[in-house]
Design a protein around this ligand. Sequence first.
Ligand code: DC
Length: 668
Amino acid sequence: MSRPEFLDIPPLVGTAGTVRLPGSKSISNRVLLLAGLCAGTTRVHDLLDSDDTQVMLEALRALGCGIARDGDGLSVTGLGGRLVVREARLFLGNAGTAMRPLAAALALLSATQGGRFELSGVPRMHERPIGDLVDALRPLGCRIDCLGQEGYPPLRIDGGRLALDAPIRVRGDVSSQFLTALLMALPLVAQDRELIIDVEGELISRPYIEITLALLARFGIAVRRDGWQRFTIPRGAAYRSPGEIHVEGDASSASYFIAAGAIAATGEALRIEGVGSASIQGDIRFVEAARAMGADVREEANALIVQRGAWPLRAITLDCNHIPDAAMTLAVMALYADGPSRLTNIASWRVKETDRIAAMATELRKVGATVVEGADFIEVAPPARWRPAAIHTYDDHRMAMCASLAAFNPLAGGREPVRILDPRCVGKTFPGYFDALFGVAQAAPSSIPVLTVDGPTASGKGTLGSALADRLGYYHLDSGALYRATAVAALRAGLAPDDEAGTAALARCLPLRFESQRALLAGEDVTDTLRLEDVGNRASQIAALPAVRQTLVELQLGFRQLPGLVADGRDMGTVIFPDAALKVFLTASAETRAERRHKQLISKGIPASIQALCADLEARDARDQNRSIAPLKPAAEARLLDNSALSIEASVEQVLDWWESVQPFGAS
Ligand code: DC
């Protein structure tokens, strides 16, 4: 059985610094569609790069739009309202912001110009309603079939005959995306008549309609709005590319950092760049709700500066209809409040990426909160006792981002890590979310977990360490590379192998950086040089010099960063990280190691003999084991792993089993 992917967030105690938000999902996908429908080329800056925008871009490409990277932006050359591809199957993932407006636009284009299109998504997309939009389009003469259950995707759009005499009606009380879809699509057929849309039922999520109207205006369509019940697209309306357009940072994504600042920015403020008082996104009003709970927020046109105000946070009761997405963040802020908080008018949560009311209730209970849920509300009371929790995320980016905020529990009497299952679901709107969080979050160094892998040369520590770091989402310190890089510098400087002071001086200001698996020494890629035999030999010699070892200690400690570290070497568990949560001592017989190294060298075209390699390894083992300082030996509590007969995968699984046994999460 394969293990669930997870990311463990250690207990966090503060935030400070600056975070730059990714582009808004709602704006990005609207801009892409409008640019794709209008004539000419639109340069889009600061576009969000995420799962949802990817599916929109792929759909536009499949429909014949020109899409090109353009410096730091993206150029979209639109269709000018003319279908160039008449048959396509579009896969739209779980992106409601792609499914709904594309369905409307293609239905109208296909009814006037012919064409057959199938729109589908992931299974959850096929559970998200689209019936109200289909019901609005069919009376206009569009032929649309629901290929699975009536009222849900997948859809087939197949011609029809447009009849715009009947009034256009759409329900507004399930999702505002249906109205948005019509507003963005109907200008395609408004050449010779004014088009009036009447909204039936109470329109929800109005701020998203305001985004739609603001962006339509940028593309030359001035929609007239009468209250929230009637919208008029003027006769002769035609999309006009603004030429160039900037996408604001995502205000919903900002909510996690506003919350983090309100909870944990106790010293220096947290600066959030990309949205501010000039934002056109409704979720910017999350700021008011956060203030009501005690956040201290200053606004600039394009930035927010947040600090903790009231503490504990103040419990609130709030109608959240105006900020449905960001309101999820309030549910998590409620964990830090002085009483139960009640969020009402949130029925739309139930038809989002998952049933968010049920999901939030279940997961917040896991950390210890008391939660009451209703058809359209949730009430959250803070934990009396925090518990370590493995949070299910239901393929919902917002569940994952929200849950990460529970890791600040030490500020409210806890000291628990939080496990996020399937953390990659944040890719829907904020692929770099956890990096951004760890960039501004603070933890006590001793609470940042370390897993050490020590062992003799060529035992496979590097391969194992790097695979473990990948699986855990942790940093990887290949400490041997630090000794090898020092050796390269010493060899190049012509130092004698026993020049302790000279080598230590070089190690002290070693211009070494690691970038995506490559080692750079003074900017030069030395990844392959580090593996050369003479470099390894010199590394082994200088590693016996106390001053060199001492100099490299600080550098190694610096790798202990959020969310955690896998460190491999000779003395990671014994000397550098004696408090590591798990220590592994990896061995393999000298013959096995010599054979592995032989294979490596031969594959690189470097001639080698197994006997010589074996003798060399044994000599190096003896030197590493017998040196006076930090000799190679298993830490007292290390788990021994002889991988002579194990595949890499089997070794990784074994260590992950051990890792699980020292985690507090239990069965999730
Ligand atoms: O693991 P490796 O072969 O890349 O290490 C190169 C040399 O560095 C090795 O001979 C011993 C030394 N070393 C050390 O003494 N302590 C460490 N933590 C890592 C490596």
